[in-house]
Write a protein that binds this ligand. Sequence first.
Ligand code: HEC
Length: 159
Amino acid sequence: MDEPIGKMESHNKVPRGFLVLLFGLIAFGIYYIAAYTPGISGWSQYKALEKEEAADKAKAAAAGKMIENPYEHDEKYEAEGKVLYIGKCAGCHGKDLKGGDGPSLIGHLKYGEEDGPKYESIAKGRPGGMHAFEPELGRDRIWKVLAYVDSVREYGKKP
Ligand code: HEC
C-alpha cells in the first residue's frame, strides 16, 4: 500500500475491449458527422426526402396507382379523348357531359373529383350502372378520355 499512485496505476492495464470501443466510437462519430454534414458530403435532408418521394412515385406508377393524369392540358390527347367519349360515354353521360341515363359529369361527382377516384370510376366501374372500362380501353385511353372530360368540366372548354 505504500507504492506511489502512479506506479499502482501502471499495472492496471486498460482492457483491450474498452480501447476498441473508445476508438470505434470516435471513428464512428467522425464518420457520422462527415457523412451527414451537407458542407462535407453533400448529403442533405431535402435531397434525401426528394429521393424517397421519387422512389414512392415510381413505385405507385409501376403498381398502376398513378394518381395524376399524365395527359391533362394536352390538346392532342384531349382531342383523342373526345373521340372516345363520343363513342363510349356520350350515350349515357350526354354529348355535353350534362347527363342522361348516367349522371352529369359537370359539377359535383359523388365518387370524388380527384384524378384518382375519377380514374377508378371509369376503370373499375361503379355499382349504380357504370361498368368497368379498363378491359376495353386500358389505362392510356382512360386517361385520354379523362383529359377530355376534365377539359370541359374543369377548364371550361366547349364540349
Ligand atoms: C351504360 C351507361 C354508361 C356508360 C356507357 C358510361 N357511364 Fe359513366 N356512369 C354511368 C352511371 C349510371 C353512373 C353512376 C354510377 C353510380 O352512381 O354508382 C356513372 C358514373 C360515372 C362516373 C362517376 C361519377 C360520380 O358522380 O362520381 C364517371 C367519372 C363516369 N361515369 C365516367 C364515364 C366515362 C368517361 C365513360 C366512357 C368511357 C362512361 N362513364 C360511360 C353510366 C354510364
